[in-house]
Design a protein. Structure first.
Length: 156
């Protein structure tokens, strides 16, 4: 599968239509593959995310082990520790990261946007918490959300 040019991918477009956030949210996600665990609860999911130039995804916390590889552009990342923002890191094409559950951060595309491959291992089916400005959980995204299309309805 060509991840850089693939018209068959089904992209879900995320925005902030209600203008609830103080930053521009404009990114897209596509499910590449899902491998359920034998218990049918958890599993592994591969996702491709694309950020528009200088646009953000939702403030979030990964609640499962996550690896990511920047395929194109730049991904600007600010990690948070107990609600305090750290230094901004710029992840260029080719950068790989592995994070344990609990990683809280804000990401946005660089001047040319970003394309990033994510691999998530979610034994209990939970992937990430979307967070409010004070770090409160607004919603938890699950494998089921991603595989049933419920995430697309939430993004609309």
């Amino acid at each position: 599968m060509n991840l850089l040019e693939n018209p068959a991918l089904k992209w879900i477009h995320f925005t902030d239509a209600d203008k609830r956030f103080a930053y521009p949210i404009d990114y897209h996600g596509a499910v590449l593959s899902v491998r359920p665990d034998a218990d049918g609860v958890g599993g592994h999911i591969d996702l491709l995310y694309r950020w528009e130039p200088n646009s953000y995804c939702h403030f979030h916390r990964h609640v499962c082990a996550t690896t990511s590889t920047v395929l194109a552009g730049e991904l600007h990342v600010v990690d948070y520790d107990n609600g305090v923002a750290g230094e901004k890191r710029i992840r260029a094409a080719g950068d790989y990261a592995a994070k344990d559950p609990g990683d809280v951060h804000m990401e946005h595309g660089g001047p040319d946007g970003a394309l990033v491959l994510f691999n998530l291992d979610a034994p209990d089916g939970r992937l990430a918490d979307f967070l409010g400005p004070d770090g409160e959980t607004l919603t938890t995204i699950t494998l089921e959300d991603m595989t049933t299309g419920r995430i697309a309805r939430q993004a609309a």
